[in-house]
Ligand binder design. Structure first.
Ligand SMILES: *Cc1c(COP(=O)(O)O)cnc(C)c1O
Length: 390
């Protein structure tokens, strides 16, 4: 049986929580969604949580709330899931990529500073920058925030990997150094609601805008209405929004999962340290961990060194899969995807992202991974590494 790279955890309690909703009056727009929003916002130390039907929807709403539209420019990391860039394209904006530090996979503040300086000269500064906390380790938010002040852009943290992680002693999601932070609750992520996502913010205006846009741009708040109410049935569509709502079933699952989040992070951290020890003599390096960060350890990535990069990594990857180890590569740089090549990135090759892409491989890591299975991963890897290439 193949050991997957990630896997959800569903308990009898989770199942009971969802069943209870099914038997209740509210399948959607009931009390669970606001309760889940409060639970996550309180855990992270943010004022407002807006639950939606996916992390991608949360990114889209975040861009809309910050006023992104045609003619605007959004920058993100090339080393992330495509949704981090697509959210800007949905708004009709242009997207561009800032190089990463190949030792962490995270957006590199020096590369950002250099690109900002060039762009200022050309008069084309970004309106929003979306740093991505790859594998659960926070980006250097203090430096990125300082640049935001200097150059006047907004920050959306793509923390889809990082629920349960910390930066400078505070939970990722507290929005100390950003306008909005976004989480995903897809089954491979830190906790799951099947599909689902959430945007957190400390700004009440951004929050109410996202709440409106999640539900067609409709408001029932007298303060937001633009025409006089003509009856107690009254609601208004004041702008063009979407149906991005989370269901009560999803929220019930999320509420049931949240109390186990810290335990999951601890277990992932233990397994990650154990990988570090078991792999110490192999020609691979783990991602560098910065002392300011406590990763949520969403993913465990190794980087092949020396002769094991590139073509050899590809052979090793294929052999691992053949031996039932569900390795993965997070990620192919976004600009390499055919759609983005057609958008004008056919000449783009950022050195940090390219280096990472030629070296990286994700090993299985999830809370229920047994030490036996972990040993199997390491044994297969060391056998495959030192076998003659086929
Ligand atoms: C999973 C993920 C998303 C999208 O989340 P969905 O819930 O699948 O829409 C966005 N960004 C990153 C970095 C992700 O890993």
């Amino acid at each position: 049986m193949t050991i997957p790279y990630g896997k959800q955890n569903i308990t009898a309690g989770d199942i009971a929580a969802v069943m209870e909703v099914l038997a209740s009056d509210w399948l959607t727009q009931g009390p669970r969604v606001p309760e889940f929003e409060k639970t996550v916002a309180r855990y992270c130390g943010a004022h407002h949580g807006i639950a939606v039907n996916s992390g991608t929807s949360a990114l889209h709403l975040a861009c809309l709330a910050l006023g992104i539209g045609p003619g605007d420019l959004v920058w993100t990391s090339p080393l992330t899931f495509v949704a981090s860039a697509n959210c800007a394209l949905y708004c009709g904006a242009d997207v561009d990529f800032v190089d990463i530090d190949p030792e962490t996979g995270n957006l590199c503040p020096e590369a950002l500073a250099a690109k900002l300086e060039d762009s200022r000269r050309l008069g084309v500064l970004p309106k929003v920058v979306i740093p991505v906390h790859l594998c659960g380790q926070s980006c250097d938010m203090k430096s990125i925030h300082a640049l935001a002040k200097e150059y006047g852009f907004h920050i959306i943290e793509d923390a889809c990997h990082a629920l349960g992680g910390q930066y400078l002693g505070r939970a990722t999601g507290c929005c100390q150094y950003s306008d909005i932070t976004v989480f995903s609750f897809h089954p491979v992520k830190m906790i799951t609601t099947a599909e689902g996502g959430m945007a957190l913010t400390n700004n009440a205006n951004l929050a109410s805008k996202m709440v409106r846009m999640r539900s067609h741009g409709i408001t029932r708040d007298p303060g937001e209405m633009q025409a006089p109410a003509d009856g107690p049935w009254y609601y208004e569509q004041v702008e063009l929004g979407f149906n991005y709502r989370m269901t009560e079933l999803q929220a019930a699952l999320g509420i049931s999962q949240m109390p186990r989040l810290d335990q999951y992070v601890r277990r992932r951290q233990e397994l990650a340290s154990r990988y570090d020890r078991l792999l110490a003599d192999l020609p691979v390096l783990p991602l560098r961990q910065h002392p300011d960060c406590k990763s949520s350890w969403h993913l465990y990535v190794i980087r092949f060194q020396g002769q094991y990069k590139g073509k050899r990594r590809r052979q090793i990857f294929t052999a691992m899969r053949r031996y039932g180890i569900g390795v993965q590569l997070h990620y192919k740089p976004i600009y390499r995807h055919p759609y983005f090549q057609r958008l004008g990135f056919s000449e783009t090759a950022l050195p940090g992202a390219e280096q990472y892409y030629s070296e990286a491989m994700t090993l299985p890591l999830f809370p229920a991974l047994s030490e036996n299975d972990q040993d199997r991963v390491v044994n297969v890897l060391s056998r495959v590494l030192y076998r003659n290439p086929e």
